[in-house]
Design a protein around this ligand. Structure first.
Ligand code: NDP
Length: 341
């Protein structure tokens, strides 16, 4: 159980044992002591700060090529944020915007050009791609040594083997967050809810490498709340708004919420305790974890927004710098006369 769990409980009953009408209201929780909120911003700031001297030591700026297909507003926002992060750090970014009707072959041609382009250390193809495009072929066409997202099968293989390689950004950021807040991973029961290639599976592997005892749950898992309640460390990555309620959370557990779900129904926003925010913005973003229940049940948790979100871009920058370091190191070895080093 997390050391930061200072909540004074009435008999330490699991949250699920209390009928809803007996659950403490958020104001009652304030009186009893709040769980630790694991904000992403200070972790992001530290990751980026640590990259600056590494970038300054390089002979040229690291380069990231970003490929955006179509006009999906969310993808456009993500790409803009990534380019802004590059600019602020002194990473060269090369943006390629293609129409929604681009073919798989045209995308592959662009990826091959970028694979060969000197000065480009990392390539990112913003997902999702339009349905008619073969996303897998495109992702696998990115050279493994320019795979800024850590999605290439070679790099996934390295992750399985525990060898250094670009790692999928969101789970890698979660490991950084847990370390930043000194949350114990080794020896704890970790449950990863979701088994996607970009979050759930790499998350489970990274937790395993940190010596957690890992269980992966998915849509076919039976007794899901019970399985999740076994977790000291629960990572929810399923893309279902507020799906993880109090009866999924062991009292005092650390809960990491990866989900990003936009709520546009005012009644739903009110049910999730976000009525005021909805009244101002006309929409709210919630995670996969119920935002009120987590405060009641968890010992520490990442908020949505403001938890995991900021870490994904920070880890993209980290992967890009690491790739640039390797490229420049290889180039200097090739240039040096034999034995001169
Ligand atoms: P996917 O849709 O690729 O995968 C969802 C996973 O959740 C699948 O493994 C699926 O199981 C499982 N799942 C879906 N419904 C249920 C259910 N009712 N019960 C149990 N398991 C279920 O999603 P991603 O992994 O790409 O993303 C998950 C969430 O994280 C999304 O909200 C996404 O927006 C967010 N995200 C946030 C990021 C960030 O930077 N903060 C980055 C990436 C994602 P099955 O395999 O059996 O179908």
């Amino acid at each position: 159980m997390n050391q930061a769990y200072t909540r004074c409980t009435d008999g330490d009953k699991p949250a699920s044992a209390e009928p809803p009408q007996n659950r403490p209201t958020p104001s009652a929780i304030l009186v009893r002591g709040m769980p630790q909120i694991l904000h992403g911003a200070p972790v992001q700031a530290k990751i980026l700060q640590d990259l600056k001297p590494r970038i300054q030591r390089l002979d040229r700026p690291p380069g990231l090529a970003v490929v955006l297909v179509g006009h999906d507003p969310a993808s456009q926002i993500y790409v803009r944020s990534k380019i802004k992060a590059c600019r602020e750090l002194g990473i060269h970014s090369d943006s390629h915007e293609l129409p929604a009707n681009v073919t798989t072959e045209e995308l592959l041609t662009l990826v091959h050009v970028l694979n060969e382009r000197p000065g480009i250390d990392g390539i990112l193809v913003q997902m999702p791609l339009p349905k008619h495009v073969d996303s897998r072929r495109v992702l696998e066409a990115v050279a493994a040594d320019k795979d800024a997202d850590g999605f290439h099968p070679t790099n996934v293989g390295y992750l399985v083997a525990g060898r250094p390689a670009p790692r999928s950004c969101t789970p890698a950021g979660i490991i950084e967050l847990l370390k930043f807040y000194e949350i114990q991973i080794a020896g704890r029961n970790a449950v990863v809810l979701g088994r996607s290639d970009i979050v759930g599976k790499p998350m489970a592997l990274m937790l395993l490498h940190e010596n957690a005892t890992v269980t992966i749950c998915h849509s076919k898992t039976e007794n899901l709340p019970e399985m999740c309640r076994r977790a000291d460390l629960l990572v929810a990555a399923i893309g279902r708004a507020a799906f993880v309620t109090a009866d999924f959370i062991s009292p005092g557990a650390t809960v990491i919420d990866v989900g990003i779900n936009r709520i546009t129904d005012p009644a739903e926003a009110a049910r999730l305790g976000r009525a005021e925010e909805y009244a101002i913005k006309g929409k709210v973003v919630v995670g996969d974890v119920h935002p009120v229940d987590v405060v009641h049940a968890a010992g520490s948790y990442t908020p949505v927004p403001g938890g995991v979100g900021p870490l994904t871009i920070a880890m993209l920058m980290s992967n890009t710098v690491e790739l640039a370091e390797r490229h420049l190191e290889t180039a200097s070895h090739l240039e040096s006369p034999k034995g001169a080093r």
